[in-house]
Design a protein around this ligand. Structure first.
Ligand SMILES: NC(=O)c1ccc[n+]([C@@H]2O[C@H](COP(=O)([O-])OP(=O)(O)OC[C@H]3O[C@@H](n4cnc5c(N)ncnc54)[C@H](O)[C@@H]3O)[C@@H](O)[C@H]2O)c1
Length: 231
């Protein structure tokens, strides 16, 4: 496993918060140039403050296929062909299955699955030409187990696993590896992996203290129904 990323260009979606921000920070600390892509307007300021220099923040909504193409085009033009793509943008909208509205279903699938695919496809095109790439998709334990009120979320994350298998099969022979990571829920991660210092420097409350169930809402979530930090 690489411990230095000097000279590497890493595109990280969802880099304004949580796992995406932590990954971006980790890679930047080890020498990578980061392109943070997020719907959150703070992304430029946040990536600018990462260790190292000349990072790029792109505010965009990854539910739009053209936005992913544009984000990769901007990356290539201003920073270079990315070596790494981490697809961390995601959201979880909780509803009993019988109450899931088409809008909330579509939004979940469009962000978690659509955004992941559009970014992988756009990055894959330039990585295929370069003959090298490392793509990591954030799936979830919810991809393989059922969780109460997570119909759209569990379905979208299971689909991310299916997508990852196909991309890895098609692109491995061209020097591009595609993998998925399936973290357990934030409660376990929070207790076991994150100390207070690390939590304090994170820009959002992905790993909140016990008891605060819904630490933050996605900019796109409905104010009337809960959006949780994804499991
Ligand atoms: N936190 C966990 O315990 C956990 C567990 C399993 C899987 N995951 C997965 O890991 C990923 C990151 O989770 P997190 O806890 O860091 O979440 P988070 O809510 O802290 O961060 C998600 C980021 O995605 C961005 N985003 C949302 N919609 C977007 C859109 N349309 N376009 C661009 N950006 C958008 C948000 O602005 C936010 O910055 C998600 O895919 C999630 O499903 C998280």
């Amino acid at each position: 496993m690489e411990s230095t990323f000097a000279g590497r260009i890493a595109v990280v979606t969802g880099a304004a918060s949580g796992i995406g921000y932590t990954v971006a920070h980790h890679l930047a600390e080890r020498g990578a140039r980061i392109v943070g892509v997020d719907i959150d307007q703070r992304i430029a300021v946040l990536v600018d403050a990462l260790p190292g220099a000349e990072h790029l923040g792109i505010v965009t909504d990854l539910t739009d296929p053209a936005a992913a193409t544009a984000a990769i085009a901007q990356t290539v033009e201003t920073v270079g062909v990315p070596h790494i793509l981490v697809n961390s943008a995601g959201l979880a909208l909780l509803d009993p299955a019988v109450d899931v509205t088409p809008d909330r279903w579509r939004l979940t699938v469009d962000v978690n699955l659509g955004g992941t695919f559009y970014m992988a496809q756009a990055a894959g095109r330039v990585m295929l030409e370069a003959g090298y790439g490392r793509i990591i998709n954030l799936a979830s334990q919810a991809a393989v187990i059922g969780l109460d009120q997570h119909a759209a979320y569990c379905a979208s994350k299971a689909a991310v696993l299916g997508l990852t298998r196909v991309l890895s099969l098609e692109w491995a022979r061209h020097g591009i590896t595609v993998n998925a990571v399936s973290p357990p829920s934030w409660r376990r991660l929070g207790k076991k992996r994150r100390g207070p210092a690390r939590r304090a420097r994170r820009p959002s409350g992905t790993f909140p203290s016990a008891g605060s169930r819904s630490p933050r809402r996605s900019p796109r979530s409905s104010p009337s129904s809960p959006a949780t930090t994804p499991p």
